[in-house]
Design a protein around this ligand. Sequence first.
Ligand code: GLU
Length: 289
Amino acid sequence: MSESNPYIGRFAPSPTGPLHFGSLACALGSYLDAVSHGGQWLVRMEDLDPPREEPGAAQRIVRSLEAHGLHWHGPLEWQSRRHRLYDDVLDDLAARELTYPCHCSRAQIRRAGGHDNRGCRARTDAQGPSALRVTCSGGEERFTDLWRGTQIQQIRDDTLLRRRDGLYAYQLAVVVDDIDQGVTHVVRGADLLDSSGAQQRLFRLLGAEAPQFGHLPLVLGTAGQKLSKQSCAPAIDDHRAGDNLIQAMRFLGFHPPAELSSEAPPAILSWATARWQRRQVDRHNRQLH
Ligand code: GLU
């Protein structure tokens, strides 16, 4: 990457549990894509939602990344320390008269098959705690995903920026941070593909260019479910870092030679960095073999 067109990638785990095999594969994919393009790879802890966090999970994730040789550039960022930034953006959007309070419950939104943007914007009689939304719905967003090609997503709901319980919404924090950190490439799991259109719109609303999105396949459990921290996917064993990396590399389309598994993580990662090609990744979600 040239200096005028740098590559800045990132891995942004939520500390709702330790790193499991699916998140390791994502971390590895985003790391390899960044480093093989001469880019930087940042790590940002998305500790935005304390009630959903597992005590000690953030530290465990950090230790696992280190044990697997996945070293990041620059300081590790924590969303819990970036609230000022989110408030400034909320103030700016409010000054532009783009935000409004929303009293709708999740059940109401589900029953209506989506958020009633117009009705909610016009409501003046609602009482009690409210969420905050940004006026942004309507039409579609298009982008080209690195693995999934052209995507066209309808933007039906005004995006939630702050939840009714007062916590910042994921969509706000992720976009504000990606802008602030100059992220150019978002390589992450396919479970977030459907959020990308709304994020792209928010980037534009905030006067920034959206990053290049790339959504990697998900690792599925034996019952065909996505491995996730919430479904208590087992933590990866840091004492088997080499084997874990080799398995994650196979999932991402590599055919590592048998002798590589006896190497230490830095050597395994150099081998993979030198050979990474986006087209090797099979985009289908699947179980490990
Ligand atoms: N924090 C999110 C998660 O762990 C990922 C956010 C992102 O990569 O945009 O699922």
